[in-house]
Structures are given as C-alpha cells and as structure tokens.
Design a protein. Structure first.
Length: 195
C-alpha cells in the first residue's frame, strides 16, 4: 500500500506546484473586493464539490468574519436541500442554482462555481446567468477546466486529470485563503497580490 499512498501524494504535490499563483491572487482579490464593497458571494457545487462549497461558507462567514469589522457575506446555493429538491422535481436539476440566483443576485456580486470537470450543466447555467447580470464569476475546476474555465471571469484550475486531487486542491485553496487572511501574513498576501 505504501507505493500507492506515495503515488497519490506525489500527484497531489505535483498539482500544488503547478497551481497558477496569479490565478490564486486574482481569486483572493476578488473575494476581498466583494467583502470590502459589501457584496454577496454565492457558491455552489455538486457531490464532493457541494461539500467544499459548504465548507467555504463556514470558513468565510464564521472563521474569517467573527469579531471582524468587515465581514464576508457568502451563501451556498446547495445547502438548502428542500429548495434544491423543489426545483429539481418541478423544473429540472439543471435549474437548481440559476433559479435561486434569480431571487437574489445583484450587480457586482460574486458567483463561484466548483466543478471538477468544468462541465456541470447546472453550474454553467448559473454562471452564464451571473455573467449576463453584472456579476463577477469564478470557476474552480480540474482537468482542463472544461467550459466553466472559459466562461468565468476568474478561473482557478487544478490542472490535473484526477477528480480526487482536484477536489483536494479546491479544499486546500479555501484553507490557504483562511490562513493568509486570519494569520495576517501581510507579506505573503502582498506577494500573492503583486506577483
């Protein structure tokens, strides 16, 4: 088993090394700008990516906002199971995210779609809607990024043909941002911003 364990960790380490630091910097700046301008951030995913989206909300709304003067306002579109099931049953699964955005989205808000393949129809539909209504869109993807990478204003691609490693990278990005912002590592933040 040790060889298989090492192979997995080698793939993960290789993917981390290949991450585009400018993409990460742009993503961080997008989130900070939304927070500082009192904008909402909507995030969504399917399957494991849904769990990652939920985790982002916990870390940003509580972890990075508690006792802070400036707070993040992040909403996970896959957390309300009843709403998702209602839209899925009555309208169609491709519309579970876009229909929720129609209730809330304002110009200048940020909409984040997490999709390992970059081709999840319900996420693409929501991102297209957000693009056409003045939002800033972000795609967190794996593989070659699929359509999501092409249509998002901001893209962060794990750049590996491996779903599990891609999902690891997306979760790691959440924790990296948390660490940078909450540990007040200004030097590292400046390096990311001005890289």
């Amino acid at each position: 088993m040790e060889k298989s364990i090492n192979n997995y960790f080698d793939r993960l380490k290789g993917a981390i090394d290949k991450l585009d630091r400018r993409e990460l910097s742009t993503f961080i700046n997008t989130l900070l700008t939304a927070r500082d301008n009192d904008k909402h951030i909507y995030i969504m995913g399917n399957g494991g990516s849904a769990s990652t989206a939920s985790h982002f909300v916990c870390d940003f709304n509580k972890g990075m906002s508690y006792k802070q003067d400036k707070k993040f306002k992040m909403i996970c579109l896959n957390d309300n199971v009843a709403t998702m099931l209602a839209y899925s049953n009555d309208v169609g699964y491709d519309d579970v995210f876009v229909e929720q955005l129609k209730n809330f989205l304002q110009k200048g808000d940020v909409v984040i779609g997490i999709s390992g393949s970059g081709n999840s129809k319900n996420i693409l539909k929501a991102i297209e809607y957000a693009n056409s209504h003045g939002a800033i869109t972000v795609g967190l993807t794996g593989y070659d990024g699929g359509i999501l990478r092409k249509i998002s204003s901001v893209s962060v691609n794990a750049n590996i043909d491996d779903m599990q490693v891609s999902e690891d990278i997306h979760m790691m990005i959440c924790h990296m941002i948390y660490s940078i912002l909450m540990n007040n590592d200004r030097k590292l933040l400046e390096e990311l911003i001005y890289a």
